[in-house]
Design a protein around this ligand. Structure first.
Ligand SMILES: [Zn+2]
Length: 129
């Protein structure tokens, strides 16, 4: 599974590069109080926006999800638990007044950053939570 994780990291790196190219100020790999164990991949504090980059395998991307055939029940439970945790993280962030943009690791950095910039420009009370 290391290859999977590595690709996610690459996606984060590409995203960071594109964000810097557009002169956006952000923090990376931040833990926010009351949000659970997952570290936030990108945090824009002034806009109160969090960007999470989800690996296609671990977070069950609709295009690249694969359900391993050996130990199928164990994997299903594991991946379903990841999904539940993602929804729980979103709920906690919303409760704490953060907006969330989730990016799949397979998304092109330019398009992903377009979505982030759009969210940054949206007034906070018009954002979906
Ligand atoms: Zn994918």
């Amino acid at each position: 599974m290391r290859a999977v994780r590595q690709r996610a990291t690459e996606a984060e790196r590409a995203l960071a590069e594109e964000l810097r190219r557009r002169r956006r100020v952000f923090e990376t790999n931040v833990s926010l109080e009351g949000i659970g164990r997952r570290r936030m991949d990108f945090v824009f504090r002034r806009a109160r926006l969090v960007v999470l980059v989800d690996g296609c395998f671990w977070h069950v991307c609709p295009i690249h999800a694969s359900w391993p055939k050996s130990n199928a029940a164990w994997w299903r439970e594991k991946l379903e638990a990841n999904r539940r945790r993602d929804r729980d993280t979103d709920a906690k962030l919303a409760q704490a007044g953060w907006s969330v943009v989730r990016i799949w690791e397979h998304e092109a950095a330019v398009e992903a950053v377009d979505r982030v910039v759009e969210a940054l420009q949206r007034p906070r009370d018009e954002r979906p939570t």
